[in-house]
Design a binder for this molecule. Structure first.
Ligand SMILES: [Zn+2]
Length: 156
């Protein structure tokens, strides 16, 4: 079998058009357990690498530093600290949002990780880096096993 190497892109035959692609994104083994625990119990789980002394949230099935399998799961508080934040005025298509939303990276207590999530219950002007916040969960009947089962984080 021989392969032709085309150096001039104008020689490539092509058709312009749109192709519909459906896909399902999976959260992975650790992500599924993390999200199912939020949905079923309204609790946050982390996993620890004893060798590296790193606590992963979101959890993983292996340590990204030493490649060990991780199975030391434990519950962590629903509280954390704002590390950084921004207020968003437009959606992904550049259209104005009906109401601006404030997103933050929240370092979850007792972990080396955190979550990017919406901040609620406070005016953006009042937010500060270092502010203490806690997760507000959706009512159990509204939870779907997604990160949006956390409605937002609000100041403690
Ligand atoms: Zn490790």
């Amino acid at each position: 079998m021989s392969f032709e190497k085309i150096r001039d892109p104008r020689r490539i035959r092509h058709w312009k058009g749109d192709m519909e692609v459906d896909y399902i994104y999976t959260a992975g083994v650790a992500g599924e357990k993390f999200l199912a625990t939020i949905r079923d119990k309204g609790k946050l789980l982390a996993v620890r690498c004893g060798k590296c002394k790193i606590t992963y949230l979101p959890p993983r099935i292996y340590c990204e530093r030493c490649q060990s399998s991780l199975d030391d799961w434990f519950e962590v508080p629903k509280t954390g600290t704002i590390q950084t934040f921004t207020t968003v005025h437009m959606d992904n298509n550049g259209e104005p949002l009906p109401k601006p939303i404030t997103l933050a990276f929240i370092r979850i207590d007792n972990t080396d990780g955190g979550l990017v999530h919406e901040i609620g219950g406070v005016k953006p002007e009042a937010l500060r880096i270092g502010m203490r916040v806690e997760a507000v969960f959706q009512s159990k009947s509204k939870r779907t096993g997604a990160l949006t089962d956390i409605k937002h984080f609000k100041p403690v």
